[in-house]
Design a protein. Structure first.
Length: 277
């Protein structure tokens, strides 16, 4: 059973207590801005000293102090039982200095995310459309952008996209990219290993193996047996002319098939731009 809530409902924003400043008139009787039921519902300060509730009386909005105060005295009342209001900061009033850090103010801006925009700015995914056997360094052909709805590529990739030529993928812009490579393999016998690689060039010429993962196939019941492997890397791309990536497979057994299909993702790669370099 849901429980009820007594008192003022809490706010999702900033909350402060109501406060009233009293200007002394050399008297002891004053009118409060809000009616209260008890002396314990307020805190009264005279010259920054909190007064004992036993020293004053309240009836509704009528306050009678235990002594007189003049205009030179500092006197204020805090209404303990009432929230003043939810206080929403005015536009542009919260500064970086207040937070001790740079803040993100708009998509693509700098901030706490250190260059990461408000959300991913590019997603692109490609798949192998047909199977092949043996080594491929790199997988140089039969790549297509995923065009099966509702995949991202079916209506064009999100934002500017990757380009591919002879298995070498080029980046559309500088930035921080998460690159993923999933391979699916099959064989009707055993193979001790299948090496799966992500290779990167810094000079648009020579490639180095940046990620190397392995899987193997242990034949079951004499039929075609499948296995898969995943590799991924986060790259800081600062030069789109020279920094590129490609994908390779090298199985121990040359009859090992790397699986591809034009309607399903068996072997595929995915590129996600996370933010600015």
């Amino acid at each position: 059973m849901a429980s009820s809530y007594l008192g003022n409902l809490p706010s999702n924003n900033f909350v402060s207590l109501k406060r009233q400043v009293i200007t002394g008139n050399n008297g002891s009787t004053y009118t409060l801005d809000h009616s209260v039921a008890s002396v314990n519902d307020v805190a009264i300060f005279v010259n920054n000293v909190r007064q004992d509730p036993a020293s004053y009386s309240i009836s509704g909005t009528a306050l009678t102090l235990g002594g007189t105060i003049s205009s030179s005295d500092s006197c204020y009342v805090i209404f303990l039982g009432q929230a003043l209001q939810t206080v929403t900061p005015d536009a542009n009033t919260i500064t970086n200095a207040m937070l001790g850090e740079t803040i993100t103010v708009s998509k693509g801006g700098t901030g706490l995310t250190s260059g990461f925009a408000n959300g991913v700015t590019m997603v692109d995914q490609w798949r192998l459309t047909s199977s092949f056997t043996g080594n491929a360094v790199p997988i140089a052909s039969n790549w297509e952008r995923n065009d099966t709805s509702p995949a991202v590529g079916s209506s064009g990739s999100y934002s500017s996209s990757m380009s591919e030529s002879s298995g070498i993928f080029s980046f559309p812009s500088t930035g921080i990219y998460h690159v993923q490579f999933h391979g699916t393999y099959s064989l009707s016998s055993n193979t001790r290993f299948i090496a799966q690689k992500i290779e990167v060039t810094e000079n648009n010429s020579s490639f180095s193996v940046d990620v190397l993962t392995y899987t193997s196939i242990d034949q079951v019941d004499g039929g075609q047996t499948f296995s898969s492997a995943d590799a991924d890397i986060v790259l800081d791309i600062t030069d789109i002319s020279n920094q590129k990536v490609r994908f390779s497979v090298e199985p121990q057994t040359s009859a090992t098939a790397t699986s591809g299909d034009s309607t399903q993702d068996f072997t595929y790669v995915r590129f996600i731009r996370l933010g600015d370099t």
